[in-house]
Write a protein that binds this ligand. Sequence first.
Ligand SMILES: NC(=O)c1ccc[n+]([C@@H]2O[C@H](COP(=O)([O-])OP(=O)(O)OC[C@H]3O[C@@H](n4cnc5c(N)ncnc54)[C@H](OP(=O)(O)O)[C@@H]3O)[C@@H](O)[C@H]2O)c1
Length: 283
Amino acid sequence: MAGVLIIGNGWIGNRLLDKFPDMRMSTEIFETTKQIGAMLEREEPDAVINCAGVTGSPNVDWCETHQVETAVGNAQFPVMLAQACAERGTHLTHLGSGCIFYGTPPQPEGWKEYDYANPVAYYSKTKYAADLVLGGMENVAVVRLKLPIDRIPSKKNTVTKLAGYPKVVEVVNSVTVMDDLLDVFRAVADKRAQGIFHAVHPEPLAWRDLMRWYEEIVDPSHTCEFVSEESLMAQGAIQKQRSSTVLANTRLAEFGIHMRPTEVAVKEALVKYKLSLDANPSS
Ligand SMILES: NC(=O)c1ccc[n+]([C@@H]2O[C@H](COP(=O)([O-])OP(=O)(O)OC[C@H]3O[C@@H](n4cnc5c(N)ncnc54)[C@H](OP(=O)(O)O)[C@@H]3O)[C@@H](O)[C@H]2O)c1
């Protein structure tokens, strides 16, 4: 067999399989490099996309109190997978997170792909640990996404999360629309791209604008209050500081991969989100 094999039977892995049914998915939970090697021997993929990871439930605050599970899933597992892929010469695309960068970027256009990160949350530290090891490996791509916006309502969708909060933090962020992200994964795997990539749209997005577009396109009756992150932490609504910052997408273009303007991609996702809600009011 050939083609692309997805690892990680979670939210993004299944969105990727839905969009590209020619890909296959392994639903095994791996504990050893040997187990991964045996699966690769059986499946013989040309390329692997690693959508497995530990993201915490109900959110990444879980990772603060489950550090071993988080480290094994986000730091140890990707290295084992990279080793098994390297032994077979199989290209690996690993899903990284833009939430390893905190605060003001070192240059006005945002944090670049090889800037040293400053993770605060334990989840972010384990994601960055894998990036440091995999980011320079031959035949490996690390694709970082940030605050995914999807056309399908889901508790992991940034739109669903923010629309459900009575108090929304007043910040500006880089974002990734899911359909565009899935196209990036396919292109990176097909082109055997190597190194670290920031799969974010060109213009940063203020949550105020996102909520305004949400009210215009999805739900005119929606209201929320805008507050500072410090006040949310002081109220105990979040345990650890969140990464609200801007990333620069400077490397995808080297491979002829381009992401749409933020407003175009986000508004299209919101129009489809509304259609999805209308078709499935309980979602
Ligand atoms: N969602 C986001 O907002 C976001 C943002 C940036 C980056 N990412 C990254 O994108 C990746 C996927 O995120 P997601 O939201 O799709 O997460 P998810 O829904 O939690 O899915 C992750 C999947 O990986 C599986 N898994 C964990 N350890 C495994 C192992 N050793 N072997 C095989 N499968 C394993 C999990 O299985 P179990 O459920 O059985 O444990 C789960 O099915 C993660 O690496 C995450 O860090 C996500």
